[in-house]
Write a protein that binds this ligand. Structure first.
Ligand SMILES: [Zn+2]
Length: 259
């Protein structure tokens, strides 16, 4: 199997033994490419350093909504002013991870920071790796106000309903799914995945978050080598051969992120 992990936190301290070893295992499992996402200005340099030299790994940089509350406006302003040059210098393939997160609070401020990042995505014609958790209504309103982006983007680890898939699709978004579809009680995410047209479907691990498996409590961390499990669960739900689903989602990732 050959697959692309479109959203992974290779710079996370959970990978204490080093991203190179973790990535080597993933390559052995058929994960030929990955997008390593950065989540806040203070760690962007670590994201870039970790991804450098790893075959098939490209980067995306953004400000995660959960990072927003701890950052002051000046820090965010300066970071976003520097971001285009940083993205260009390191051949980044997307803006992200950015988005809206219900539990992280102050949605107005999160929304302002997200809008600025989406404006950059528009100016630079880069796709977006978007995080939306528990606030799909406000997120769709913001995206609707903005209109479709030139290079589109992916709602990562999509957690919304099957019904809302249509609304995101209309605005040009694609969808990726992670470990949640491998749970024994994965009804809702699988129903959503079934509502996604095949040419808008992608896969990811979001590692080290969202370990795969019937019971997530069995494991403390996810790894990019788990990606075939995500593909297997989606393939079973759609009645497709896993190899076929791997090929389709890989082609989608290559198209959207221009890999
Ligand atoms: Zn993430």
């Amino acid at each position: 199997m050959r697959a692309i992990d479109t959203h992974v936190h290779l710079d996370d301290p959970a990978f204490i033994e080093g991203a190179a070893a973790v990535w080597q295992e993933a390559r052995r499992a058929g994960v030929e490419g990955a997008i390593a996402v950065g989540v806040e200005p203070a760690t962007w340099s670590r994201t870039l350093a970790v991804a450098r030299g790893l075959p098939g790994v490209r980067v995306a940089l953004g400000i995660h909504p959960q990072a927003v509350p701890a950052l002051d406006d000046e820090t965010i302003g300066r970071a976003l002013a520097d971001l285009p040059a940083l993205l260009g210098d390191h051949g980044a393939v997307a803006i992200g991870e950015c988005g809206l997160d219900g539990p992280a609070g102050d949605l107005d401020r999160q929304g302002r920071v997200l809008r600025e990042q989406l404006a950059l995505a528009r100016d630079l014609a880069l796709p977006v790796s978007l995080h939306v958790f528990r606030v799909h209504g406000p997120a769709l309103k913001l995206l609707r106000d903005l209109g479709p982006l030139p290079a589109g983007g992916v709602v990562h680890s999509y957690s919304g309903s099957a019904e809302l898939v249509r609304d995101y699709l209309r605005l040009g978004w694609s969808f990726s799914f992670a470990g949640a579809v491998t749970r024994s009680n994965a009804k809702r995410p699988l129903a959503a995945a079934l509502a996604v047209p095949l040419d808008h479907l992608l896969v990811e691990t979001d590692a080290p978050f969202q370990p795969t498996g019937a019971d997530a409590r069995d494991r403390t961390r996810g790894e990019p080598r788990d990606l075939p499990e995500v593909i297997g669960a989606l393939a079973r739900a759609r009645g497709l051969d896993p190899e076929e689903l791997a090929e389709t989602t890989t082609a989608n990732a290559r198209r959207i992120f221009r890999l």
